[in-house]
Design a binder for this molecule. Structure first.
Ligand SMILES: O=C(CO)[C@@H](O)[C@H](O)COP(=O)(O)O
Length: 217
């Protein structure tokens, strides 16, 4: 069974409480929260005050994906807002090891995201310090984009790297995940499926979450 993480970016922002209730009542274990700064990615989403409110409405593990520059300046504010895990981008962190330690010292699970152009081997010396790795399967910044097929190979490579070293690191995939392609990602080695539009634009979101969750290796 996979871990499903609905991405709130695709929710109806006028009805966030209802959207959280729907996720609470579903089989999803995580809620994925996309924070964008308009600098690292060409879009702005939501930030700390929204996450503080969502935290009160959700019973799920809050997985906060920081698509921002200098994430280290805001990590403790996101902890206060209720984050359970923080994902920072490999591409913006000159002191990645230090930044990961900072997240862990604050009592959160630490994760690194890599963009479609960043090879898996860049994670070689940080992998053992992570709770999960987020492989971006679209270019970050927008929901509703098409899955980049090459990502499957990256998931396979990372799975091999984790298994060969007998590490306990989860692989999360994010972007263009659908009920149709989810099983192939899980076969390749993914553990956590982030899904925005597939869930929130679905006629029956809870049933869609159930179908994603049923994907297993
Ligand atoms: O981080 C991002 C986009 O930058 C994702 O989390 C999207 O929110 C996924 O949306 P869908 O592709 O599933 O609609």
């Amino acid at each position: 069974m996979s871990i499903v993480a609905p991405s709130l970016l695709a929710a109806n922002f006028l009805k966030l409480e209802d959207e959280c209730k729907m996720v609470n009542a579903s089989e999803a274990e995580w809620l994925h929260l996309d924070v964008m700064d308009g600098q690292f990615v060409p879009n702005i989403s939501f930030g700390i005050p929204v996450i503080e409110h969502v935290r009160k409405a959700t019973t799920k593990f809050c997985d906060v994906h920081l698509m921002i520059e200098t994430p280290e300046n805001l990590v403790s504010a996101f902890k206060k807002a209720g984050a359970d895990s923080i994902i920072i981008h490999y591409e913006v962190c000159a002191n990645l090891h230090r930044n990961i330690q900072q997240i862990k010292e604050l009592g959160m699970k630490a994760a690194v995201a890599i963009n479609p152009h960043t090879p898996i081997f860049m994670l070689d010396d940080i992998l053992a310090d992570l709770h999960h790795v987020l492989i971006m399967t679209v270019n970050p910044g927008f929901g509703g984009q098409e899955f980049i097929p090459h990502s499957l190979k990256k998931v396979e490579k990372l799975r091999r790297m984790i298994d060969e070293r007998k590490l306990d690191v989860l692989i999360e995939v994010d972007g263009g995940i659908t009920v149709e392609n989810a099983q192939s990602l899980v076969n390749a080695g993914a553990d956590v499926l982030v899904a925005g539009n597939t869930v929130f634009s679905s006629a029956d979101p809870k049933e869609t979450i159930k179908k994603l969750k049923a994907c297993s290796r």
